[in-house]
Write a protein that binds this ligand. Structure first.
Ligand SMILES: [Zn+2]
Length: 300
């Protein structure tokens, strides 16, 4: 076989791999899967196409997303689509009992009920961020406090207030003292900053790429709706406003509208479940083969 024929033969698998769904990853509900080392430009998941983060694709899995196999896509720098299969496994979230001093946050008065309805509408509207916006963040995100204390294992926990009322905790609580300044996890735009019935003084920040971070129960807000902020900039101070049993940091994130564990974004992204490295290695080999000039080596 001469060198040219051999190179042509080596190139054949490229198209096969691009069309095949043999890139696989497993992730739990509330987790994030990653597809790295292929110089991605865009990613696709659940019918959405959105920008990659520094050449890597991330697939945020809402804590209520249906278990089973979901298709994922990666678009490389040449616009080629690569398909993969992500298996979402069931996560068992804890159940926590919480005692509140009275029924204010359990049996809502008509006024509070109306107030909450209006606030909820504003939050839902604010959360409709443009996922096509170029990401203004890198991973890991900036830690809101340094050092970052361990949080309770309370993400997506079912909370039972005073033995009856139920709700799901969509963020994480960590023991951080009253008045401690909380830093923005990345550059962004403040999409909502106000004092709300349940969440107390709350701030929601759009970081582009479909990522929103939020802090609740602050004692003080130091930003206003519409502000442009920088990574590491203080956005407010720890408090215990709204439905809270004491001062703490509540951090939550939504990414492409999925409620995921925020602590996953504060850790090294290499720790996230990833599409097998062998695929990336394979891809690197294909690139090498494409860039190679007819083999002057000993292939003849
Ligand atoms: Zn909380």
């Amino acid at each position: 076989m001469n060198a040219r024929v051999l190179i042509a033969a080596l190139l054949l698998p490229a198209t096969t791999i691009a069309a095949n769904a043999d890139h696989r990853v497993q992730v739990g509900q509330g987790g994030i899967a990653r597809w790295a080392e292929m110089d991605a430009r865009e990613c696709g998941f659940l019918g959405k196409r959105y920008p990659a983060v520094e050449g890597d694709c991330y697939y945020p899995v809402d804590y209520e997303l249906k278990t089973g196999v979901h298709e994922i896509a990666l678009y490389d720098r040449d616009g080629r689509q690569h398909l993969g299969a992500m298996t979402v496994e069931r996560t068992e979230f804890p159940e926590v009992e919480i005692t509140l001093p009275d029924d204010t946050y359990i049996e809502l008065s008509p006024e509070n009920s109306e107030r909450h309805a209006q606030e909820r509408a504003r939050v839902l509207k604010a959360l409709k961020v443009d996922a096509d916006l170029y990401p203004r963040f890198t991973l890991p995100l900036h830690k809101p406090v340094n050092p970052l204390p361990k949080s309770e294992n309370d993400f997506a926990s079912r909370r039972i207030f005073n033995g009856t009322h139920n709700s799901v905790h969509s963020g994480r609580d960590a023991p951080v003292g009253m008045g401690t300044a909380l830093d923005a996890v990345a550059d962004g735009t403040v999409i909502l900053a106000e004092d709300q019935f349940f969440t107390g003084k709350a701030v929601y920040i759009d970081h582009g790429g479909g990522l929103v971070s939020m802090f609740f129960h602050l004692s003080e807000l130091s930003v206003a709706t519409g502000d442009q902020i920088k990574r590491g900039q203080s956005v407010g101070k720890v408090g215990s406003t709204g439905r809270s049993t004491g001062p703490h940091m509540h951090l939550g994130v939504r990414w492409l509208n999925a409620r995921v564990d925020p602590y996953l974004l504060l850790a090294d992204p290499n720790e996230l479940p990833s599409v097998a490295d062998s695929a990336a290695v394979e891809q690197a080999k294909i690139r090498q083969a494409q860039n190679a000039e007819p083999a002057e080596t000993d292939q003849d």
